[in-house]
Design a protein around this ligand. Structure first.
Ligand code: MIG
Length: 824
């Protein structure tokens, strides 16, 4: 009985870890007593000595920055921001006794002097886009009792906006939540949360950026504050959507669309564009905690090849190291990593190694002599560990406020973390990756960078851990959430320096805004459950709406035991996700594509092969993400913002603007309802056309994921390949899906896939336009743009309408010139 009671208490207490803050109790700033024009905007002075700065960065981008009861500090720095200087754009200021109005060609910001409420309007439509519900506020009297951490670490700051009656909210990065975040609330505090389920919050990443959408008009808010932060989209009150943080500045950027792609483009400009990863990062990947020894890795690759399953990458999880010492190899398991890389390389397979931030805390053994080896990663580190030694000598490890080394406990046992805010420490960490590159390792998978700590996963134990932080010596109250961003930066910049002719490939678990500049991501320790699979769709689409286009997760789920059906359905989602990697926990059943028998393996093969055939299409979409900030993996609403039916669709997605996928994420289902937006749609498998703007029930046996192509699209397909770059992309087959008028078009993007030359314009774009005239179709291939020259190849064109007469295949050699062809 006693025991029962205890369990009862625990169950009751656990779910209340996230507590609501009553921000109405905060002290509000204002009123405005005077203002001055400053470079790019206005500085408002308040009666309570607070200051508010409004800066015009672009006609559709205004920064709002406030200090409370004091002047704004001159120090102004953020790790997230990629673009600090913006060209001047025209703006004006007008005043009345009650209001000050700052205007650009696209935004009008009205400041009410007496209340210090700020409104954002569209001057062209006169529409009110967003307005303060209460003035910006702060916890001057420590009235908020349920702050998670030391109130002395910082002072709570918050802004509150009126909640629109029909306002939808998107973004906020990696949340175990649905697409539309209206009436929900969230906390940002990077946390290692294995086996998380929908509703678990926070999880690994912090992207304090969201998009509000009402009446088809969108704005964005990026609250650039790395302290533990809160977002409440009308959960605690239907009056307001508010955001706040347990310290730091009230500092946000207001973006105006009205279109989502425009906001995403500006956000990418502000926080950085994703560089293109090597094309093999789009290849199929296989992982396990952990594949060892080397012969087992070879066997996995052998199985892949023997079974005719495509594969580009195998991951080595933490057991490749000497007792979890990063930048070492356990040579009893991997006697010659370089030879292994080369052997796998001959089969088209690359190795990626995991690298954790925890450096084993290992003072030298008595009398151990310093290593002089140029390849210490292969020498025994039992008596001295070169990474620890160097880091101590250079004073790069984090300390507590009292000056003691901070010793968290992670996989190596007692460990230390690098202060990645130090430029020299980042450079050192980056350079350490020589140990991998010299052994043929092709990419780096950074894990545990919340940073996780087995002593205390909440981060409380880290609150007095100090980072240099540009000479400000701040604690993890501010820096925990940017730790992974800076580790990814150190890694990326290291790879870039060490191999300047190759594109770096870095994968990260935790993140802060801006991480897309350095790393791709995966969604961490998911479950092998249908719920977890279903959740991955809104997670990926939300990440895409938060500036992270290269998303993905563990195919089949990480924790627990999958079955053939779940793994097949999982591949039917992931074969179109940028990061497609089957990965599995150490103590779970094997999950490689063949582990459930021939029937399932055959279906998986079909989808993996289709992924490789669609690489020209996927890569074109990826380049668009790089250039425009608009993601590959999209919610329907991103392409159909004026269609309210799309605002809550969580179980369909689009790849680019042309392919719509409606996967099955439940067991035992052989059909499902699919919403198709306006226009004509073609069943990818049968060519049958469907009218858009309505729901259809479609067949979805286990062999088939419902997939539709937008009428008006052309989908480029390459040949089947066992790995990227196996052979020239020939024939390049263009499947043409005419719209109601008989037209279709596309622009294919190509480059060498491996080097950074694309940044200097070495790519090629080929535009194809198809029109119908009478019973024939005319295909216009434009003169290719850009100096990149692919290997010689054949072009093939085929109309994919339901009329079999249309289905003639036209085939000819690509001569890199403008051509006109006819299909009749
Ligand atoms: O504490 O490296 O999310 O992918 O296999 C677990 C072992 C540490 C967590 C990662 C997972 C990886 C595992 N890691």
């Amino acid at each position: 009985m006693k025991r029962l009671k205890l369990i009862f208490v625990v169950v009751l207490v656990l779910p209340v870890t996230v507590v609501a803050q009553d921000i109405t109790r905060l002290r509000k700033i204002g009123p405005v007593t005077s203002y001055t024009r400053i470079d790019k905007g206005l500085l408002l002075n308040c009666r309570d000595n607070s200051q508010v700065q409004l800066s015009v960065l672009a006609p559709d981008l205004i920064r709002v920055r406030a200090s409370f009861a004091k002047a704004l500090p001159s120090k102004d720095h953020s790790w997230a921001i990629a673009k600090e200087s913006w060209q001047d754009v025209p703006w004006t200021v007008a005043e009345t006794p009650n209001e000050i109005t700052l205007s650009t060609s696209e935004l009008q910001v009205v400041i009410h002097r007496s209340t210090l409420l700020i409104d954002f309007h569209d001057p062209r439509t006169r529409q009110l886009l967003n307005s303060d519900e209460q003035p910006m506020a702060y916890d001057a009297d420590a009235t908020l009792t349920n702050m998670m951490f030391d109130p002395k670490a910082g002072m709570f700051v918050a802004a509150s906006k009126k909640l629109g009656f029909d306002e939808h909210f998107y973004g906020l990065g990696e949340k175990a939540a649905r697409l539309d975040k209206r009436r929900d609330r969230f906390v940002n505090w990077n946390s290692d949360t294995p086996g998380y389920v929908e509703g678990r919050d926070p999880i690994y990443q912090t992207i304090p950026f969201y998009i509000g959408l009402q009446r088809g008009v969108a704005y964005g808010i990026f609250f650039d504050n790395s302290y533990r932060s809160y977002f409440d989209f009308g959960r605690s009150s239907q009056q307001r959507a508010w955001f706040g943080a347990e310290g730091g500045e009230l500092n946000y950027y207001f973006f105006y669309g009205p279109s989502l792609p425009k906001i995403l483009g500006r956000y990418a400009e502000l926080t950085g564009h994703m560089p293109l990863p090597p094309i093999w990062a789009l290849g199929n990947q296989q992982s396990r905690w952990s594949y060892y020894p080397d012969t087992l890795v070879e066997e996995v690759v052998r199985q892949y090849r023997e079974r005719d399953l495509p594969l580009d990458v195998v991951h080595l999880d933490i057991d490749y190291m000497q007792a979890y010492r990063v930048f070492t190899f356990d040579t009893s398991r991997f006697s010659n990593p370089k030879a292994l890389s080369e052997k796998l390389g001959q089969q088209g397979v690359k190795l990626v190694t995991i690298v954790d931030p925890g450096v084993k805390h290992q003072p030298p053994a008595m009398g151990a002599s310093q290593s002089t080896s140029s390849k210490p990663e292969l020498d025994s580190q039992e008596r001295r560990y070169y990474v620890f030694d160097e880091g101590v000598a250079k004073n790069y490890f984090q300390k507590r406020k009292n000056g003691e080394l901070f010793v968290p406990r992670v996989w190596p046992g007692d460990s230390v973390f690098v202060d990645y805010t130090l430029p020299d420490a980042r450079r050192w960490w980056g350079d350490l990756h020589r140990a991998y590159l010299d052994n043929g390792i092709a990419g780096i998978w950074t894990d545990m960078n919340e940073p996780a700590d087995f002593i205390d996963q909440t981060g409380k134990n880290q609150m007095d851990v100090v980072s240099n932080d540009e000479g400000q010596y701040t604690t993890h109250a501010k820096n925990r959430n940017v730790f992974a961003l800076l580790m990814a930066r150190a890694t990326y910049e290291g790879l870039e320096r060490l191999q300047p002719n190759k594109r770096p490939y870095v994968i990260t678990r935790a993140a802060y805004a801006g991480v897309q500049r350095y790393a791709t991501m995966w969604t961490g320790d998911t479950n092998s459950t249908w719920e977890s699979l279903a959740l991955s769709i809104p997670m990926f689409t939300s990440l895409g709406l938060s500036g992270e286009p290269f998303v993905g997760g563990d195919v089949g789920g990480f924790m627990g035991r999958a079955n053939g059906e779940l793994v097949v359905r999982s591949y039917q989602v992931f074969f179109l996700v940028p990061f497609c990697r089957n990965h599995k926990n150490i103590d779970s059943y094997d999950q490689e594509p063949w582990r459930f028998g021939q029937y399932y393996e055959d279906i998986i093969r079909k989808y993996l092969k289709l992924r490789y055939r669609l690489l020209p299409f996927l890569y074109t979409a990826l380049e668009e993400s790089h250039r425009t900030g608009v993601p590959v993996f999209r919610p329907l609403l991103l392409n159909y913002q004026d269609d309210t039916n799309t605002y809550n669709i969580d179980d369909e997605f689009m790849i680019g603007s042309d392919l719509l996928v409606a996967p099955v994420t439940r067991p035992d289902v052989t059909s499902r309802l699919v919403y198709l937006p306006r226009g004509t749609w073609y069943d990818y498998w049968t060519g049958r056309s469907f009218a858009g703007g309505t729901m259809h029930r479609v067949d979805a046996p286990l062999e088939t994921v419902p997939m539709f192509v937008r009428g008006g699209a052309i989908i480029p397909h390459g040949p089947e390949m066992r790995f990227t770059g196996e052979k020239p992309v020939s024939p390049l087959y263009f499947a043409i899906y005419p719209d109601e008028k008989g037209s279709a078009s596309t622009t294919l993007y190509e480059d060498d896939g491996l080097t950074p030359d694309y940044r200097r314009g070495v790519f090629r774009r080929t535009t194809i336009n198809v029109t119908r005239s009478g019973r024939k179709y005319v295909i216009d291939i434009g003169q290719p743009v850009g100096p990149y020259r692919p290997a010689s190849r054949t072009f093939q064109f085929q109309i994919k309408s339901h009329d079999p007469l249309d289905r003639t295949l036209v085939s000819f050699i690509d001569r890199s010139v403008a051509e006109r062809m006819e299909i009749r």
